[in-house]
Design a protein around this ligand. Structure first.
Ligand code: TXA
Ligand code: MG
Length: 321
């Protein structure tokens, strides 16, 4: 069966070396043909991202993913079987044909089979790998709707595929399988607990940029324009009042159960970790539009709470310059 017209158009853009925005279950990606160096370099230019920071290659199946590697290895095969298609990126030794433009010259490559039906349909129709970071400018909040991408990238992207709001809402979990034991480079849409259960062993947690070149590991990242502060549910009321007294427009990101003083704008988030993850980036964008400063109450660390806390901490980190 011929693919729908929008998919055919997207495939044409990719084959011509253009950039597309594609929906995934985690966040929207800014995609290019992973085997076309010029197209891949355009991604870095549009994002304003240092070229030494590698991109994730998206593929339609485990079989196709293996072709980019020297083998997924036992742990990789297990994790792929359990979580692909889905919000997990595996870092493995790359095959010699994988371009330096994608990997930042490293001998490893990040691979993911996304589960969004439109992304899978596009990947199958295209046939190759699609290199795609999140479709935002470097250091900014990731997009979870097609409109977020249009607002932020405008005509810098040749075509935006609209697949509705991203269901997971935070980026994929990144597991580095080139180290023993495997390392958790970025908490994300698949919980640490679920991965450790499949591996039957704990992951090493990497929290600060060391030898790893991953933008998500820089302190300030995922940052809105307005200043962001993290507070406990108990401290929120007094802290909000103190900020209000300075004349600031205060936005609070917290579940309905947390009391807030009159005069703040409350943006509600669901009580559960997965619900919080789903709305996190959209709420940060709304908060940016409504206030001068944002007070957020992070969820507990379990499940997707680890990823939400990680993104909030980086959004709250001191900004360079
Ligand atoms: O959910 C996601 O992962 C989204 C969607 C679009 O798939 N993509 C995404 O890409 O978040 P990006 O580029 O914003 O973040 C990918 C992270 C970066 O921190 C990058 O440095 C890291 O993955 N990465 C990619 N390849 C790597 C490698 N070979 N070694 C270490 N880190 C790698
Ligand atoms: Mg990103």
């Amino acid at each position: 069966m011929a693919p729908p017209p929008e998919i055919s158009r997207a495939v044409d853009v990719l084959r011509a070396g253009g950039l597309i925005a594609l929906p995934t279950e985690t966040v929207y990606g800014l995609g290019a043909d992973a085997s076309n160096d010029l197209a891949v370099r355009r991604i870095f230019a549009v994002k304003g991202r240092p070229s030494s920071h590698p991109l994730i290659v998206h593929l339609p199946s485990v079989e196709r993913a293996r072709e980019w590697t020297l083998g997924l290895g036992e742990a990789g095969e297990k994790l792929a079987r359990a979580f692909w298609p889905g919000a997990l990126t595996l870092i493995v030794k790359r095959n010699a044909t994988v371009s330096d433009a994608v990997t930042g010259g490293q001998d490893t490559v990040g691979l993911r089979v996304p589960s969004h039906p439109l992304a899978l349909e596009l990947l199958r129709a295209f046939g190759g790998g699609i290199a795609a970071p999140s479709a935002n400018r470097f250091g900014k909040v990731s997009p979870t709707t097609a409109q977020h991408v249009r607002d932020e990238l405008g005509s810098d992207v040749d075509l935006v595929l609209d697949g509705g709001p991203s269901q997971v809402g935070v980026e994929s979990t990144i597991v580095d399988l080139t180290h023993q034991p495997p390392r958790l480079l970025r908490p994300g849409g698949i919980s640490r607990e679920a991965i450790e259960a499949v591996l039957g062993a704990p992951l090493t947690l990497v929290t600060h940029a060391t030898d790893v070149r991953a933008p998500g590991l820089l302190e300030s990242h995922y940052a809105p324009r307005a200043g962001l502060w993290l507070v406990t549910a108990e401290a929120l009321h007094d802290e909000a009042q103190r900020r209000l007294a300075t004349g600031a427009r205060v936005v609070v990101l917290a579940p309905a159960s947390v009391p807030v003083p009159a005069g703040v704008v409350r943006l509600e988030v669901p009580e559960g970790d997965a619900g919080f993850a789903q709305v996190l980036y959209a709420r940060l964008r709304e908060a940016d539009a409504l206030g001068d400063l944002i007070l957020a109450v992070p969820p507990p660390e379990s499940g997707l709470g680890l990823a939400v806390r990680d993104r909030l901490q980086r959004a709250a980190a001191p900004r360079p310059g």
